[in-house]
Ligand binder design. Structure first.
Ligand code: BGC
Length: 414
């Protein structure tokens, strides 16, 4: 009987039949954020029915809590079998330089991924001759969300610059809307900041901040904090207590006009709230960033010492496959990282993001791990606190530059 099963396994060329054991997948896609990951896990279970999948999630947008738990586990010698990590410096500057990850170059060659993924994205996950994670998607950071019906009711248009935004904000306040911009907890404030800074600096100087050519204390960069301060005056005062979903809810409920958030907001509004993109809600590039796509990519890596290594490799195969990506991303609000994904599987938002991804200038997100190492990212929250307390652009700029100097921003892999 066993021989017979093995023979079938060989004929099918699958290790699925022989596959048992467990697979622990670590991420921050919990609750409302879960459906896309759960769909991918269902697909994995169909292919490897003998494997017990442990969906280990730590709640908290942008991975603020998950990253702390991951660090404890990695340093304590208890890595999950695979974990969510942003492509770029979050991956390279934290886990790769510390020699904690397995090189996946061979898998990339075997699966044909060197052709399947855009070169720029492969560069982002490469370091010293190795390739260190498998991207599952591309998310966009610089998006402004609104309800067309509400804007019509209020008699305003989606603003195209921050000046227009500030003027619109005044109009809306006069109409009795206390806080036209919906904002959430600390990381979402940083998220807003990166959209403002991109508009004020433009893509070249945005990049220069991260390669060390432009100092945070440069007048141009200080100006980003000045504009940011004015934008904050349009936002709700209880921001610190709101999750990103609760900030989106304010727009959906007509209590605020705009929210600047990554396109997981599209996933939330379509998959969870069942709204129709393009009619119930709409979007535009965040003011002043037309033609620029601030990207980030969720990826999965293989830590050294993973207890269920083969099961994890099979997971990575699925994550990087066309089938896997076109199952995950339509639910997530992101687009596939692969170049051959099927646009018909995506809604109106996804299709518009695909178009922009192909035609726009691409830059990387700070808050979501693309451009700066975690040592900088994690301390940027403190810079934000300093700004919120002092409202002093120069103080925030000085604090950011001090951290940049301390971590040697721009020294690694740029
Ligand atoms: C991740 C997204 C996630 C968002 C909110 C981002 O950092 O890349 O996948 O939806 O955080 O948690």
């Amino acid at each position: 009987m066993r021989k017979w099963l093995l023979a079938i396994g060989m004929v099918l060329g699958l290790s699925a039949l022989a596959q048992g054991g467990k697979l622990e997948i670590f991420s921050w896609w919990a609750g409302d954020e879960g459906p896309a990951l759960e769909a991918l896990i269902r697909l994995y279970k169909q292919k490897y029915p003998g494997v017990e999948v442990i969906n280990a999630t730590v709640t908290g947008g942008a991975g603020v809590n998950a990253r702390a738990v991951l660090k404890t586990r990695m340093l304590g010698g208890d890595p999950p079998d695979t974990f969510q990590v942003h492509a770029g410096m979050e991956l390279i500057g934290t886990w790769v330089v510390a020699n904690r990850m397995e090189d996946l170059s061979t898998l990339f060659r075997q699966e044909g991924w060197l052709q399947a993924f855009p070169k720029g994205l492969i560069d982002l996950i490469s370091y010293k001759g190795g390739i260190w994670s498998v991207p599952v998607n591309i998310h966009r950071s610089n998006v402004m969300w609104y309800l067309p019906a509400k804007l019509k009711e209020w008699g305003v248009n989606p603003p195209r610059t921050w000046d227009e935004f500030l003027a619109t904000c005044q109009t809306l306040k006069q109409k009795g809307l206390e806080a036209p911009l919906a904002l959430g907890e600390n990381w979402t404030q940083q998220h807003l900041w990166e959209s403002v800074a991109l508009a004020v600096l433009g893509p070249d100087d945005w990049n220069n901040l991260w390669n060390g050519k432009l100092k945070f204390t440069d007048l141009k960069a200080v100006r980003a904090w000045e504009v940011f301060g004015r934008v904050l005056d349009c936002a709700n005062k209880d921001a610190a207590g709101l999750s990103w979903q609760q900030a989106v809810d304010r727009v959906v409920q007509g209590k605020a006009a705009f929210n600047i958030m990554g396109d997981w907001a599209a996933g939330y509004m379509t998959t969870t709230l069942k709204l129709k993109p393009g009619t119930d809600f709409a979007w535009a590039p965040s003011p002043g960033t037309q033609g620029v796509f601030m990207m980030l990519s969720d990826s999965f890596g293989l830590p050294k010492g993973a207890k269920n290594r083969q099961n994890a490799i099979n997971w990575l195969r699925l994550v990087g496959s066309k089938e896997g990506q076109d199952t995950f991303n339509p639910l997530k609000g992101s687009i596939a990282a692969r170049l051959d994904s099927d646009p018909r599987k995506y809604n109106a938002y996804g299709q518009s993001a695909m178009k922009d991804w192909r035609s726009n200038r691409i830059v990387g997100s700070l808050v979501h791990g693309a451009v700066a190492p975690e040592s900088f990212m994690s301390q940027f929250g403190t810079v934000m606190e300093i700004f919120l307390q002092t409202r002093n652009p120069q103080a925030a700029a000085n604090a950011a530059q001090a951290i940049a100097d301390q971590v040697g921003l721009g020294r690694l892999g740029q």
